[in-house]
Design a protein around this ligand. Structure first.
Ligand SMILES: Cc1cc2nc3c(=O)[nH]c(=O)nc-3n(C[C@H](O)[C@H](O)[C@H](O)COP(=O)(O)OP(=O)(O)OC[C@H]3O[C@@H](n4cnc5c(N)ncnc54)[C@H](O)[C@@H]3O)c2cc1C
Length: 313
């Protein structure tokens, strides 16, 4: 809402302030479209949750996750993007300008870039949240390196669990996969590679009931679902791969999505409604990296610029 009590009318509204959203804002700002970014509750997105990011180009010594978010924000603002600490709660995409209701007011947007990201599914057990970034991780490519010669546990039984587990064997001294069922869901070839790997071992029919540790992960409390037996398993880290949930619920019924809720886009980041673009993990269940999300954000803003230019003709 602006000072007259009317909805703010903007050319480009960006939902989300992760790498995708802030990169989209940078590109839209440099195209002089004065984009507004609604940050959501996590300024900087998931990347801001991690202590250090070592695989974003341009930072040979690595960069703090929160620091990278601040740099993205500063660069977008430098060119005129407006970053609002607000969260969208409702959208009406039935006609342009699109209507977006946020906690702090209403927006009318000539084009919309959705970069609300995805959240890794959590175990929801004591200790998990407190020790995230201190031994609890949801990203092997990001954090595997920190577990050089350490004991690591993987939780999950699908492709990502085994794929990421195999990746971590490059660093860790041992990788134990804990799965709640008696068999993996992962593809047979991955199962063969994992079971034949000398560093990997497996515990089936078992769930984690607590992540134990003071400053960092020290152990997991486990429960065997068949016998009910409880044990404590010492480990330096636990990687959780039990799926992701994209933050796209508010677009349900208005945009095409896949069966997991990822927004369907074409190779120009355009969603199923003209003028709506999606970037980063809201639309990408595969790559899930800062660099790929930022790239999609930039592409979405370039396409939003072309879209608005075509409307003006
Ligand atoms: C612990 C951890 C460590 C990681 N380490 C690395 C690493 O080292 N290297 C790497 O490349 N990748 C890493 N990743 C992955 C990387 O962070 C993500 O791929 C990337 O952040 C995805 O960017 P995104 O902009 O698509 O979404 P996100 O980063 O998920 O950002 C989503 C944004 O949308 C906002 N939002 C959500 N709902 C709303 C709403 N309703 N209204 C407005 N805003 C909303 C959120 O507040 C957030 O700002 C890591 C992930 C985690 C969890």
């Amino acid at each position: 809402m602006n000072s007259n009590g009317n909805a703010n009318h903007v050319k480009v509204l960006v939902l989300g302030s992760g790498p995708a959203g802030l990169s989209a804002a940078l590109y839209a700002a440099r195209a002089e479209l004065a984009p507004v970014v609604l940050t959501g509750i996590q300024l900087g997105g998931q990347a801001a949750l991690t202590y250090t990011i070592e695989n974003y180009p341009g930072f040979p010594e690595g960069v703090g996750g929160a620091q990278l978010g601040e740099l993205f924000q500063k660069q977008a603002e430098h060119f005129g993007a407006k970053v609002e600490f607000d969260t969208a709660s409702e959208v009406d995409l039935s006609q342009r300008p699109f209507k977006v209701k946020a906690d702090g007011g209403e927006y009318l947007a000539d084009s919309l870039i959705i970069s609300t990201g995805a959240d890794p599914n959590k175990l929801k057990v004591p200790g998990e949240e407190e020790l995230t970034g201190r031994g609890v991780s949801y990203c092997a490519t990001c954090d595997g390196w920190f577990f050089k010669d350490k004991k690591v546990v993987i939780v999950g039984g699908g492709d990502s669990a085994l794929e990421e587990g195999l990746f971590i064997t490059r660093y860790a001294s041992s990788v134990t996969v804990i799965h709640r069922r008696a068999e993996f869901r992962a593809s047979p070839i991955l199962q063969v590679r994992a079971t034949e790997h000398p560093k990997m071992s497996f515990i089936f029919d078992t769930v984690v009931t607590e992540v134990v540790g003071k400053e960092k992960v020290e152990a997991l409390r486990l429960k065997n679902l068949k016998t009910g037996d409880e044990t404590v398993f010492e480990t330096d880290g636990v990687f959780i791969f039990i799926g992701h949930t994209p933050n796209t619920q508010m677009f349900k019924g208005q945009l095409e999505m896949d069966n997991l809720g990822y927004i369907k886009i074409n190779d120009r980041m355009q969603a199923s409604k003209a003028g709506v673009f999606a970037a980063g993990e809201a639309a990408d269940s595969h790559f899930r990296q800062v660099v790929t999300s930022a790239g999609m954000g930039a592409a979405a803003a370039i396409e939003a610029t072309h879209f608005l230019e075509a409307q003006a003709d």
